[in-house]
Write a protein that binds this ligand. Structure first.
Ligand code: SAM
Length: 491
């Protein structure tokens, strides 16, 4: 509803604001025309004029309603009125804040994530490659995703000399596909893709993915000037609370609703989850629904590939933080003890109470004792809102929320730790067997000298041409090192 709408909601801030203004006399006194005597507190139809700035009120309207009244109010009374007004405004702000909190609780984490991704602007390929502050990181992350697609999307018999005939084309399901950033990578996959199905909870991202697909042919690649050969379909759905078999094409390809069937003969060849699965680790129910969707959609021998934050990095971060806090606490206790001994030895005088700067130091230590684990650099930041395990073992393995910030991309969105070993064990329940697991830095080390992937890193702007230096700064590399890539096989 536009701000000047005729019918504000009875609870809207605008309405509260209007009431507030009616009760608070303008410094120029009330205008007869706009606030007739005795009607200040009566409900009145909303009138945009009432909100007009006080300077528009004509000068004769400045007369006080009861001359002399002002003189009867003492300074103390005026101060009390001012304080009551401040107090009322504070209460109002608290009520509004509580309403917003309740709304956030009702709509849940998924809505926060959905709204965040819907709001991220699509700034185009050229901007991402030239203007972005984190173009090195973007290029590196995209290159790692390409490596995983190139290495792990082909079926086991693809390219084998004895297989004969044209290669079977892949059916690919991309969960949390976002704005379709991987579409081009799939059209360049070694084994051709017949069908790509992209699902995401953010409806605006899905619209942008559709546009991207429609414009792909025109921009180049295999389908230069024509729509790409790969067929693509897009759907909006929360894949962590809902079974994706509600989507007809998922049923058509083949879906096992338990996700645990052995050797299913129908299904997708590949399910991909890039930078997305960690949102499912809010609860066991969500993680299980997510894996049921993944495993239920895969046929025997199908690959589950993806990238997620590396729980080893998160564990080391919290261990280091808790160690530091423990050392500080010990130092503080030690200091307090020695002060007590000192106090017993000599009677304190006012002067000997505190040395210069001592109070500040104490306050600083106390403040830090209340801190929660947080680290990062100019590009990325991780902050746990609550306590974290001293030994770095996230137990139980669900619901370990942290807020994540990534320059230009993710603004304090809640994410959840995916404790690697627990995830691997859960995946096994769905007959998903681990094939590959590599932190991003390791992907660089092992693939940078590969003939094709090395060349690709140059074309994508990860390193300079001719095997030149990395175009990814140290800070960007630290942010990239937060992630790992994986591949499971459906048995
Ligand atoms: C960091 S983006 C990654 C997008 C894409 N996979 C990529 O690599 O460019 C994370 C995506 O996960 C999606 N997502 C988060 N929770 C989801 C859910 N419950 N169901 C489906 N998608 C979800 C978000 O909307 C967002 O588009």
């Amino acid at each position: 509803m536009p701000p000047d709408s005729q019918q504000p909601s009875p609870h809207s801030t605008r309405d509260l604001e209007t009431k507030k203004r009616r009760r608070t006399p303008s410094p120029n006194g009330p205008s007869k025309k706009h606030a007739p005597e005795g009607q200040d507190d009566l409900p009145q139809p909303y009138n945009a004029m009432e909100l007009a700035p006080a300077k528009k009120i004509p000068s004769e309207g400045r007369k006080l309603k009861r001359p002399g009244q002002r003189a009867r109010i003492t300074e103390a009374e005026r101060e009390a009125i001012r304080r009551r007004q401040i107090e009322r405004e504070r209460e109002m702000r608290e009520i509004e804040e509580r309403q917003r909190d309740a709304e956030r609780q009702r709509s849940g984490v998924n809505d926060v994530v959905r709204q965040h991704y819907n709001a991220v602007p699509e700034r185009g390929r050229d901007w991402r490659r030239t203007e972005s502050h984190i173009k090195g990181l973007r290029a590196f992350n995209n290159w790692v995703k390409s490596c995983v697609i190139q290495r792990y999307s082909p079926s086991a018999d693809f390219g084998h000399p004895g297989s004969g005939g044209p290669p079977e084309e892949l059916l690919v399901l991309d969960l949390g596909c976002g704005k379709g950033g991987d579409l081009q990578k799939w059209t360049n996959a070694p084994q051709p893709v017949q069908l790509y199905v992209g699902i995401d909870t953010a409806e605006i991202s899905i619209d942008q993915a559709k546009d991207r697909y429609m414009n792909m042919g025109a921009r180049g690649g295999r389908g230069r000037g024509r729509p790409p050969r790969m067929d693509a379909r897009f759907f909006v759905m929360d894949c962590f609370t809902t079974s994706i078999d509600q989507i007809p094409i998922i049923q058509d390809v083949g879906f096992d609703p338990t996700g645990t069937a052995l050797a299913p003969s129908r299904g997708f060849d590949v399910v991909s989850m890039m930078f997305c699965m960690h949102y499912a680790y809010e609860s066991e129910a969500k993680a299980r629904t997510m894996l049921r969707n993944v495993a239920g959609a895969l046929k025997k021998g199908g690959r589950f590939i993806g990238t997620i934050p590396n729980s080893d990095v998160l564990s080391s971060g919290v261990v280091e933080f808790n160690k530091k806090m423990k050392e500080k606490k010990a130092r503080k206790e030690e200091k307090e003890k020695s002060e007590q001994v000192g106090e017993e030895d000599e009677k304190p005088t006012e002067d000997s109470d505190k040395e210069e700067g001592e109070a500040d130091e104490d306050e600083e230590e106390e403040g830090e004792a209340e801190q929660t684990a947080e680290w990062g650099n100019r590009i990325y930041r991780v902050r746990f809102p609550g306590e974290t395990p001293e030994d770095g073992v996230f137990r139980p393995p669900y619901g370990w929320k942290y807020n994540f910030f990534l320059d230009e991309a993710v603004d304090q969105v809640p994410e959840y730790v995916v404790p690697w070993e627990a995830f691997r064990a859960l995946a096994e329940e769905f007959n998903l067997e681990l094939q590959y697991h590599e932190p991003f830095r390791g992907v660089w080390e092992t693939e940078k000298d590969d003939r094709e992937l090395g060349m690709l890193s140059e074309r994508m702007g990860v390193r300079e041409r001719g095997g030149g230096p990395l175009l990814v700064s140290e800070q960007e590399m630290a942010a990239a090192s937060f992630y790992l890539s994986f591949c499971f096989y459906k048995v």
